[in-house]
Design a protein around this ligand. Structure first.
Ligand code: AMP
Ligand code: MG
Length: 331
């Protein structure tokens, strides 16, 4: 059975995952760069990745109990992401592919979130709500590609939560800490609800939430109100995508999809429309090498291997620029 090794390094997480043709994760090793203060510094994150990758590769191989000769290809995140971080992962992937004499398969990071959720869910043609640090997109397949129907007009929802938490005196990552704080909130404070057609924006809410806190609103109520308002915006655009594209089912992806309140709100909306909702386990919701390996395996079968000269990173590679020859269009 073919086995693919996937390398993820778009932002703060360096990860190596090994998957087989049944999308079973045979072995995975990950490590997250955590800045002492402030947000991600791309160069420092890349240094972290460079330092850790040799050990992560060894650990993933050991956990999977496979030798390089058992591997069919090396896949890596080509984009979108932070240039220095992407370059670190791509360099490791090229090196392994050359040394092990294996095909090299570039993978779009956002597409990988969709594909791992799709195979694990068993749902054939779901809408994906991809809510991560840097990305916030509602994605549906159509005419040979994944199409972005709606997205953030400014910052990703995770970055918004992180920025807010750091400005309130906390440390990265802010999402899980805000989630815990929000559980104690009781009052829904007014915040800008910023949906523009299929798109959303968060920077106005960031300013308003900080102002509320400065004016004396309890932290728990600010956190609760931010979660309720921001997640309602995501639920609204996801529901609109379902309605307009005649879909019923939703899969979730990205680190913010670990959030229980978001999961519950999406579930309530989807089930009220008679659909099913699926969120991968946390280890496969956040950035991870397994989803890159799995998508690399799909791409490999469809002829997606490239020569090293054509394996340059694409920090701004959009979801809808990547053909999906492994996937038939809905009739
Ligand atoms: P990713 O970019 O997909 O690896 O996800 C990282 C982002 O997910 C960061 O912005 C985190 O703050 C956010 N995040 C992780 N867990 C949670 C959670 N339980 N609730 C909200 N945000 C979260
Ligand atoms: Mg991601």
């Amino acid at each position: 059975m073919a086995v693919v090794l996937g390398i993820e390094s778009t932002a703060h997480t360096a990860s190596v995952g090994i998957v087989n043709e049944e999308a079973r994760v045979l072995g995975m090793a990950s490590d997250m760069y955590r800045p002492a203060a402030g947000g991600i510094h791309p160069r420092e994150a890349a240094n972290h990745h460079v330092e850790l990758f040799p050990d992560l590769v060894a650990r993933a191989l050991a956990a999977a109990e496979v030798a390089p000769r058992d591997i069919a290809a090396v896949a890596f995140s080509q984009g979108p992401g932070l240039g220095p971080c992407l370059r670190a992962g791509a360099t490791v992937a090229r090196t392994l592919a050359q040394v092990w004499e294996l095909p090299l398969v570039p993978v779009n990071h956002c597409v990988a979130h969709v594909e791992i959720a799709r195979i694990l869910s068993g749902l054939d043609d779901p809408v994906l709500l991809y809510a991560s640090g840097g990305n916030t997109q509602v994605i549906v397949h159509g005419a040979g590609r994944y199409r972005v129907l709606g997205e953030t007009l400014d910052i990703g929802i995770g970055n918004f939560l992180d920025k807010l938490w750091i400005a309130l005196g906390g440390t990265f990552p802010g999402g899980p800490a805000l989630e815990a704080e929000a559980l104690r909130g009781t009052e829904l404070l007014p915040l800008p609800y910023s949906v523009h057609g299929m798109d959303v924006a968060f920077s106005g809410m960031l300013t308003a939430a900080l102002a509320l806190h400065r004016q004396g609103s309890p932290l728990a109520d600010v956190a609760y109100s931010v979660e309720c308002t921001a997640y309602s915006m995501l639920v609204e655009i996801t529901e609109r995508a379902l309605a307009h594209r005649s879909r019923k089912d939703v899969v979730l992806g990205g680190g913010v999809a670990c959030n229980e309140r978001l999961r519950g709100m999406v579930r309530a909306m989807v089930e009220s429309r008679g659909g099913r909702v699926f969120a991968p386990p946390r280890s496969l919701c956040v950035d991870n090498g397994a989803m890159i390996g799995w998508t690399g395996l799909l791409a490999l079968r469809a002829g997606g291997a490239v020569p090293i000269e054509a394996s340059g990173i694409l920090p701004r590679q959009r979801t809808d620029l990547v053909p999906t020859p492994w996937r038939a269009d809905r009739p």
